[in-house]
Design a protein around this ligand. Structure first.
Ligand SMILES: NC(=O)c1ccc[n+]([C@@H]2O[C@H](COP(=O)([O-])OP(=O)(O)OC[C@H]3O[C@@H](n4cnc5c(N)ncnc54)[C@H](OP(=O)(O)O)[C@@H]3O)[C@@H](O)[C@H]2O)c1
Length: 330
């Protein structure tokens, strides 16, 4: 194994702001300290949260220059002291950098605390994995920690062909739920191939009436990933003890029909993956690894761009022009 170069090529910011504050250039190669691993990156995921951190919309402690991003797949380049379980050359991944004072991974090499690093199963393509690490972890945490999903329950997924939506459909179906997807009509084949038993066209009239018909005994888990929440219409559709998952829509202020909610013993469950503990992330990683190895967790289309196009990737996400899951290639 050759030793790492003195500098890395990184996508970083010196202050929060719009996508064009991202610079791509040389920074000193970080040296792994106690409990840390230096990873040579192969594929770096780009997600909405990366744009929120970069713009300052999602405040979190940052030190500048701040390397952007959160998720990466790569190989171990060097290990610091006190690290067990990782050797140079191992295929690995991480999906919790770039938050809470941690630098992001959008560089040719990145430092990861060993407790946030996981092995990549043999045979899993790094780009395909990077495309679903953030969305898969979100779906897994939301379905099992928050919704406490059980086999046989009815799950409705809004934005079902999006990143998180696809992962929720795939993981809920794998867990034995009956999944009703809400998406555009041209996304029906993808939603069905992900495991949805029924797909409702989000643009056809009377979605609420059609949801009621599709789930006459009530919805156990309602998860709209689009950030649009009409709780006045949705809460009456819930089954007793139904759960609404809230994790998108930073500025949404929906009206809540309180009596309809509590007389069903129903609940709202909000969460952010950023707050997950390292133990929760490790449990989620083990589950994601088996879903990745089994081919259950997968992206539809992946748009891979060179690391040098990181500003363009953020702009694509922000103007809704990405044609699939975005991945940067160092
Ligand atoms: N809390 C957390 O821990 C967490 C973690 C991950 C993501 N998130 C948030 O979750 C959201 C989704 O992330 P993502 O990666 O899945 O995004 P994405 O891939 O862009 O998917 C968004 C989905 O929403 C749908 N959508 C957009 N506008 C809509 C509207 N007006 N009505 C109905 N559907 C609409 C889109 O459908 P079309 O294809 O039809 O446009 C698409 O399927 C983002 O806000 C993200 O920040 C939160």
């Amino acid at each position: 194994m050759t030793s790492p170069p003195a500098t890395v090529t990184a996508a970083y910011i010196d202050a929060t702001g719009p996508a064009d504050v991202i610079r791509v250039g040389a920074l000193p190669t970080p040296v792994p300290g106690d409990g840390e691993v230096l990873v040579r990156t192969q594929a770096i995921g780009v997600n909405h949260v990366d744009t929120f951190v970069r713009s300052g919309a999602y405040p979190t402690p940052l030190t500048f220059p701040f390397v952007i991003g959160r998720d990466a797949v790569g190989t171990v380049a060097a290990v610091g002291t006190g690290v067990a379980g990782f050797l140079a050359g191992d295929a690995v991944w991480c999906n919790s950098l770039g938050h809470g004072g941690r630098q992001g991974p959008s560089a040719t090499y990145t430092i990861v605390a060993a407790e946030r690093l996981y092995p990549l199963p043999a045979g899993v393509d790094p780009v395909a994995a990077a495309a679903v690490l953030h969305t898969g972890a979100t779906a897994h945490l939301g379905l099992f920690r928050e919704a406490r999903l059980r086999a046989g329950e009815t799950v409705v997924v809004g934005g079902a062909a999006g990143g998180v939506g696809s992962a929720v459909v795939q993981i809920a179906a794998e867990a034995g739920a009956r999944v009703i997807a809400v998406a555009r009509s041209e996304q029906v084949p993808w939603c069905r191939s992900s495991g949805a038993q029924e797909v409702l066209d989000r643009r056809a009239p009377d979605l609420i009436g059609r949801l009621h018909k599709a789930a006459p005994d009530g919805i156990d888990v309602y998860w709209d990933t689009s950030g649009h929440h009409d709780l006045e219409q949705v809460v009456p559709l819930l089954a007793p003890r139904g759960r609404v998952i809230l994790m998108a829509g930073l500025d949404a202020h929906p009206t809540l029909p309180v009596g309809t909610l509590y007389t069903r013993d129903a609940s709202l469950r909000g969460f952010a993956l950023s707050n997950a503990t390292t133990d929760e992330l490790a449990d989620t990683a083990a589950a994601l690894n088996s879903l990745l190895a089994g081919g259950t967790l997968r992206a539809g289309q992946v748009q891979a761009l060179p690391l040098s196009q990181a500003p363009h990737a953020h702009a694509l996400l922000e103007n809704g022009r990405a044609t699939g899951r975005l991945v940067l290639l160092p």
